[in-house]
Ligand binder design. Structure first.
Ligand SMILES: [Zn+2]
Length: 90
């Protein structure tokens, strides 16, 4: 099942969303939706979804914590050189 695969994949490991989407052969948008559901259900198992926020590679601006999708550009310096969020389960 997709959900179990996802948990096994992310347990104790941080991966960028695009990498997970590639492994699971899904779209990043769909994966983000799945992860939002997972975030809620994991609580009942004493686990949690860890989200390392996106950051601007140019000025170091750190985006809103918990957001799963990569922002288009930095609000501070307008750079599009953005390090995408990474997620894991711990
Ligand atoms: Zn920036």
């Amino acid at each position: 099942m997709f959900r179990k695969e996802l948990v096994d994949l992310l347990r104790g490991r941080m991966l960028p969303l695009s990498e997970i989407a590639r492994i699971e052969k899904t779209r990043v948008q769909d994966l983000a939706d799945d992860l939002e559901h997972l975030r809620k259900s994991l609580k009942h198992e004493g686990l949690r979804l860890i989200v390392e926020p996106a950051a601007c590679q140019k000025c170091g601006f750190v985006f809103t914590k918990g957001k799963l999708l990569k922002p288009g550009r930095c609000p501070k310096c307008k750079s599009t050189w953005i390090d995408e969020p990474r997620v894991g389960i711990g």
